[in-house]
Design a protein around this ligand. Structure first.
Ligand SMILES: Cc1cc2nc3c(=O)[nH]c(=O)nc-3n(C[C@H](O)[C@H](O)[C@H](O)COP(=O)(O)O)c2cc1C
Length: 303
């Protein structure tokens, strides 16, 4: 008898399995994306790329919190669209399942980034509308449905590649924002980016991160992400990529039951790239036990 299949298709794309490398964790260079794919990820999302190179904030930019979270304010450090386009040109012909995350200060900047990258070989864009710790390009854009609509429309007019709008959990308007993105041409949603958070060092008595505020990821945000996915699945009819605190197969299955067609993993990668194989194996064992033949049969079953 043929075993369960991990293959998924969403927004016209086909992946070997539902697991994806989340943006920004190890994916700053193209080789780190290919390493995730070689290690069992069905696809890999790049670090968010902007128009110009950006250094990011001074250290400390990362701190582990006592609630099982990781707090970061890296500051969207990236090599800029031109250099990243050159890097992508080096893997042309390999047909790698790479998704490029982009950010910008508004529709014009997003469009310019797309114009530089679009002729390269990659599958889709993830629009980072949701970084909680960079002024002017993050949630200031992503929390305003009208600005989201203008960004998605602008990008839609420049490319035929599928667009995934990555949403912020730091708003009560997530459904309204998702609807604005979809009405303007987004093919899918990624939910969610990090939760705005802070840590204070009791010895120095001051915020631990140089930038003071950061984005929380990992175990501490999984239940928040799950509720956002569940809510979006009921309200918006495009595929959802789940993201936030997934580090084992149960977490991934939980997200699919909530409505995610694929699942990104970020912070879990700090335990090593082996996590993709482990989670895939766990999902297959679960599917066998529950007699699911396709991943799609699980998606949204929690409703
Ligand atoms: C160090 C670090 C850097 C990140 N950089 C980005 C980024 O450039 N673009 C983006 O959309 N998300 C970025 N994220 C957010 C992750 O892609 C993901 O949405 C978040 O960490 C929640 O998933 P996780 O709990 O599996 O890590 C970053 C997260 C971390 C921890």
């Amino acid at each position: 008898m043929v075993g369960p299949s991990l293959r998924v298709s969403l927004a016209g794309l086909r992946f070997e399995n539902p697991l994806m490398l989340a943006s920004g964790i190890v994916g700053v260079t193209v080789p780190s994306l290919t390493r995730a794919i070689d290690s069992g990820a069905g696809s890999a999302v790049s670090k968010s790329i902007g128009l110009e190179p950006r250094e990011g904030y001074r250290n400390p930019t990362l701190v582990a919190t006592q609630d099982g979270g990781l707090l970061n304010a890296v500051g969207l450090s990236n090599p800029g669209a031109r250099i990243f386009a050159e890097e992508l040109s080096e893997v042309r012909g390999r047909h790698l399942p790479i998704i490029v995350s982009i950010f910008g200060g508004g529709p014009v900047e997003f469009s310019r980034v797309v114009d530089i990258l679009d002729s390269q070989e990659f599958l889709a864009y993830e629009l980072n509308l949701s970084c909680p710790h960079v002024e002017g390009v993050g949630t200031e854009i992503g929390h305003d449905p009208e600005v989201v609509a203008s960004v998605v429309k602008a990008v839609r007019s420049r490319t035929k590649k599928p667009l995934f709008a990555k949403l912020s959990p730091n708003t009560h308007k997530i459904v309204e924002i998702a609807r604005a993105a979809v009405a303007s041409g987004a093919d899918g949603l990624t939910a969610v980016n990090t939760v705005r958070a802070m840590a204070i060092n009791v010895e120095t008595t001051k915020p631990t991160l140089t930038h003071k505020y950061g984005g929380l990821s990992g175990d501490a945000i999984r239940s928040i992400a799950l509720a956002k996915i569940y809510e979006l699945y009921e309200e918006v009819k495009v595929p959802i990529i789940g993201c936030g605190g997934v580090s084992n197969w149960e977490h991934a299955v939980e997200m699919m039951l909530a409505g995610a067609s694929a699942v990104e993993m970020g912070t879990a990668l700090y335990q090593g790239y082996g996590v993709f194989q482990d989670v895939n194996r766990g999902i297959v064992a679960y599917m066998r036990r529950k007699k699911f033949r396709k991943v799609q049969e699980m998606v949204g079953l929690g409703h």
